[in-house]
Design a protein around this ligand. Structure first.
Ligand code: ATP
Length: 361
């Protein structure tokens, strides 16, 4: 089901002052997408999710789920959470410690008053789906963190919702389990016709799981796009910075050439991805460290050719991470492990114009 958010506002009062936790949010979440709300702590992700679910009452705007208005200030509509047909998975698994795995998963169906044999059939099918068959009679809290989160997922899925919402569901798991559970989650959801709305501040989770990511800041949505668009081709400096490490350098547009825009910066004249910008405009030149690659390759034609001094380097496994002094700028770079260089050496490298992004300053 598609979700439409129109002009949504939510104010809170903090230390006697009102502030906008959500400031006129307009958003369409397409049916059957895995859609992530990503942003730093306090930007309003959870508030938006809770408004969709109905656990929070907005101050203005409208929310539609599958075309049906579930909340509207103007129309004075407020459908309660249990009537919105949604499933929800929380950070703290919110499973009941005194119940078995079976009873935890069966709960939403019991509340709906479904028949015993129907409940049994649906719970067993869902247990199989999340690969927990065989543990249904165990106490839910005796399971591992990853298994408990699968119980929470099963409980959200058992009532066959058309939309499932996740609020940082993996953040209580250790790094290895988080990665495994993330992959499982993607696999499980791929098999269902379901819209997933996922809140996280973890950029890797957002990149790995999502069809689309909305990056939020201070109650606003700054940018929406596929993981690849947000990572490689962001429109905003904040987004490029939040989604991964990036060299960000002040620059001024000089000329527009065929297929590229040339800017003046502390790196010198740099040919960049083409953007429709007037000469003299101030911009931010954004280059990801993985595209400042110091290797044995011949410097390709059409790329920017630079030289710099290695100010620092650190071995991090597959590559060395380095800081290269180029003019007045210190560039984060990658050095292939087979390259024999050390701190203080002067190196030549190239920058592909396609990976030199120009963002609004
Ligand atoms: P996090 O990743 O830390 O959970 P978030 O992006 O989900 O952050 P929200 O929980 O939506 O952020 O909070 C947005 C802002 O509203 C924060 O400044 C928060 O302190 C504030 N806030 C949230 N709930 C309330 C409340 N019930 N009363 C007052 N302020 C609140």
């Amino acid at each position: 089901m598609q979700i439409d958010i129109i002009g949504l506002c939510k104010n809170y009062v903090s230390e006697g002052k009102s502030f906008k936790a959500l400031d006129n949010i307009n958003l369409t979440i397409p049916a059957n997408e895995f859609f992530t709300l990503l942003g730093p702590s306090g930007c309003g992700k959870t508030t938006l999710l809770r408004c969709i679910v109905g656990l929070e009452t907005p101050d203005d705007g409208e929310i539609r789920i599958g075309g049906e208005v579930v909340w509207s200030k103007k129309k004075n509509i407020a459908i309660p959470p249990e009537k919105r047909g949604l499933g929800m998975v929380f950070q703290t698994y919110a499973i009941w410690p005194h119940m078995t795995v079976f009873d935890n998963i069966a709960y939403p169906l019991q509340v709906r008053g479904e028949k015993k044999n129907v409940i049994r059939e649906k719970v067993m099918r869902t247990l199989q789906f999340v690969q927990l068959e065989g543990v249904e009679h165990r106490s839910a809290t005796k399971l591992s963190g990853g298994q408990q989160q699968r119980v929470a997922l099963a409980r959200a899925l058992v009532a066959e919702p058309k939309v499932i919402l996740f609020d940082e569901p993996l953040s209580n798991l250790d790094a290895k389990l988080r990665e495994e559970t993330r992959k499982e989650l993607r696999r499980f959801l791929n098999e269902l016709d379901i819209t997933a709305v996922y809140v996280t501040h973890d950029r890797v989770e957002a990149l790995a799981l999502s069809d689309s990511i909305a990056v939020m800041r201070k109650g606003h949505i700054i940018e929406i796009g596929t993981p690849q668009k947000i990572y490689f081709d962001a429109d905003h400096r904040f987004v490029a910075d939040f989604i991964g490490r990036a060299n960000q350098i002040d620059a001024v547009v000089r000329t527009q050439e065929e297929g590229c825009t040339q800017v003046e910066s502390t790196l010198g004249l740099i040919r960049c991805q083409q953007r429709d910008l007037a000469p003299g405009a101030t911009v931010t030149l954004c280059i990801r460290p993985e595209f400042v690659r110091i290797g044995s390759q011949v410097l390709p034609e059409g790329h920017n050719h630079l030289s710099g001094t290695i100010a620092a380097m650190e071995f991090v496994g597959e590559v060395y991470e380095a800081e290269v002094q180029v003019g007045d700028s210190l560039l984060l770079a990658r050095i292939d492990p087979d390259i024999q260089v050390k701190e203080g050496d002067t190196v030549q490298f190239s920058l592909d114009p396609a990976h030199c992004l120009l963002l609004s300053a």
